[in-house]
Structures are given as structure tokens and as C-alpha cells.
Write a protein that binds this ligand. Sequence first.
Ligand code: FAD
Length: 423
Amino acid sequence: KNICLPEGLIKGTTMDFEQVEAESRKISKVLNKLVKTDFFRKIKVDLRKECVFWKNEDFCYQKGCMVEELEQSSIPQKWYSKKSEISYLNPMFQQPSRTKKQEFSFRDFSIVNDESEDGVWLDLVENPEKFTGYAGPAANQIWLTIYQHNCFGVSPFIQDTASGWGDQQTGTDKSKSPFVYPPTYKEGLGTFLENLAEEQRGLTLIKNVPQELRLFYSTVSGLHASTSTHICYDHFDQKLNKWSPNLGCFIARIGSFPERLHNIYHNYVLVLRAIQKMSPYLKAYDYSIGDETKDKETKKLVNQLLRTISRVEQPFIEDCLFRSKHTNHLLEDFKTNFRNISRIMDCTGCEKCRLWGKTQVLGLGTSLKVLFSYSDKELNNPDLVDIKRNEIVALVATFNQFSQSLRNIEHFRNMYQDFLNHY
Ligand code: FAD
């Protein structure tokens, strides 16, 4: 059995693994182009927000952890129309006592106001999510805090104190190599059965949990697994001194945990459904940046994407969740904890990881907001919808990240098959 080849229905959805891969192959043709347009590649993110949970001292200063800020001249004038943004550009306008805007409204699942507050403009295409070397206790702590304190006790790994391969790495201590991985795939495979047993033990614990709380855990775990997939795919091999996909890394972190693999597909379907549901709003949205040719192209690609997505039968039935008298009260707790995860992202000690952590939590938060805070009727009337530019950009970027993870998984599956053929 190929451990990288999942089978069956994706829990809580109407699609199986093969269907998701087939649809994503079609969708990615246009999605790949859309994320490279000026409108969708530029995002404003507050990377200097304070970590409100603990004193954050463990920063990664390696080149791979840094991001390159965009020149002011490359930002469309239109996006600076708001007063708060003028003050960011010109220190003359800055008022130290400026009252902070509310970080979210009752409909939001994440902190959404980064675009109008202090922040830097970044190009997502120029700063892709990949291996940075950020690892060790500080990085582990963030994920474990999320699982242990924000997932309603639904994490099968709550007792695990970061026993992954990554424990051998450290992004900040140069005396230890940040790039140590077991040298052969065989060792990675050796951990497979142990991991599986550990996961099965954990999963029996979460069987009787409401679907809504399992959704929460799957969303977080899927984001984590997708990040790990990117790290293993765009991986720096110190011995060969080159970037290449690392199958051992993939097997040890994702491939040998069926549930983690499953959760990446789950997140793809979740975001797919959110984009499908908000299609009328996205269709009516103004993507112009003041360049007629570019604006036409962006609009064309958005319409193509929405058309392709509209052909997929409803893949996720959001109306079944938070509806019964036993579960409707869970919605507010769900929002509170998800917003908390948004804040935990500010504790990430690596700029590039923080950029992608914040962007994807915003993208997932926007998906959840579309699914659970708005009705179809409301989404048909733009005046009733409060979804900002950065939420739309984050949503599409996040969809593309999961889409890329699916491509990477296919690549690893082929590598694994080659490996089996040779041993
Ligand atoms: P970690 O990935 O830190 O995980 C900790 C523990 O969580 C594991 O031991 C395991 O028990 C459990 N676990 C792991 N995966 C899952 C899952 N999918 N579901 C449930 N439980 C799980 N590094 C980069 O190189 N590039 C990046 O872009 C990057 N972005 C990051 C963004 C954020 C927000 C954070 C917090 C970290 C980021 N990192 C990034 C670091 C990276 O995610 C790992 O923390 C690091 O590589 C160390 O990995 P690890 O194997 O020790 O375990």
C-alpha cells in the first residue's frame, strides 16, 4: 500500500480524495495565473505586532526567514486612499495617540484589520512559503499551544512534546545544523508504523466529539500539514547544497500520518466551498488597480476561476453545522478560539513564516466567515457584506497554498513509488 495515496471520502465533505485531486488539477490552471496578478500578489501585513501570550525572544535572523518589503512606488495609489494608510507612508502624519481600530467584528473568525493598521506591503509570489530553517522549541511551542489550548481538547497529540524530526534542527543556534534529517528514506519509513499507532491511539479519543469541533481541529491540523508539505517540498539539502523535494521529511511529518494528509484535502474542500458560496460577491468586486490591461486580465481570470468552481457539485454542506440545539452555542467559542490562533501567529519568530501563518489563518478565517456568518441571500447583496481586500487576497492565496500542497503530495507519491521500485 502506498502510504501517500489516500482513499475514501473526506470526512464532513461530499468528495473523495481522487475527486479533489481531479478538480484541483482543473482549477489550478487558472488559479496559478490569478495569484500572480498585481491585485492578488500584494498584501499588507502587520509583521511587527506584539506577541500577547509570552515574551518572544527566539527570532530567526537567517536570510531564509526574512521577507522583502515592497517599494512604495509599486503599490497602486488606490490602496492608499484611507487616512490610516497615508499615515503609515508618511511619518509626518503619524499620531502616536491614534486610537486603534477594532480588530474584528462579530462576524469575523480572525483578526482582519491589518490592512488599515500599521503594516508592510509584501509580494506573496516573491516570498513563497518554503523551508526557512525556523525550528526548535519556539516553533514547536506555537503549534503545541494551538493544539493544547485552543482545539477544545480535540487534538490527538496533546501529550506529545514535539518528538518529530524537527527536534534535531534549530533555526537559530548555528553550532547545530538546522538541516539535519535522517539520511535515508528507510529511517523515515521505520517511523511509519509507530506514528500510525500513535495516531490511531489519539484518534480513538476524538471519535465522540461534535463535528463542529472536529472541523476546528482538522482546519488547524490541515494548515500545519500543508505548511510542512511546503517545507519538505521546497527543502534545502545541506549536503548537496541545493533545493530539492525531501521525501524522508514528507513521510516523517505527513505521509505516515493519514489524518494529517486527510486534513490538507479537507482544507482544500473547505476553501473551495467558501469561494463557491461567495461567488456572487467575488464576481461583483472591483479588482481594478488603475491599469486597464492588467485590470481586464484580472477580471477575466476571476471569472474563469468562478466558472470552473461553479461546476463542482457542492463539496461541503455547511448548513448542517452549528444548527442543532446541542451545537449552535459552539459557534461563538469556535470564533473566539480561531481569533486566538490569529493572535498566536504574531508569536512566530520568523518573518516569512509569520507572513504565511497570518495570511493563511486570515484566508481560513474568511472561508469560515463566508460559510457560517453569511447566508446565500446576503452574499448576493454586496452592501450587506463586509469582506475586505486583504481577506479576498488571503482567501485566494490560501486556496493556492492548499492546491500546491496537493501537487506536492502527487510528486512525493511518485518519488515514493520510485523508491519502492528500487528496493
Ligand atoms: P512541528 O511542525 O513544529 O510540530 C510540533 C508537533 O505538532 C509535532 O511534534 C507533532 O506532534 C504535532 N504535529 C505536527 N504536524 C501536525 C499536524 N499536521 N497535525 C497535528 N499535529 C501535528 N518553517 C519553515 O521552514 N518554513 C515556513 O514557512 C514555516 N512557517 C511556519 C509558520 C508557523 C505559524 C509556525 C508556528 C512555524 C513555521 N515553521 C516554518 C516551522 C515549522 O512549522 C516547524 O515548526 C519546524 O519545521 C519544526 O518541525 P517539527 O518537526 O519539530 O514539528
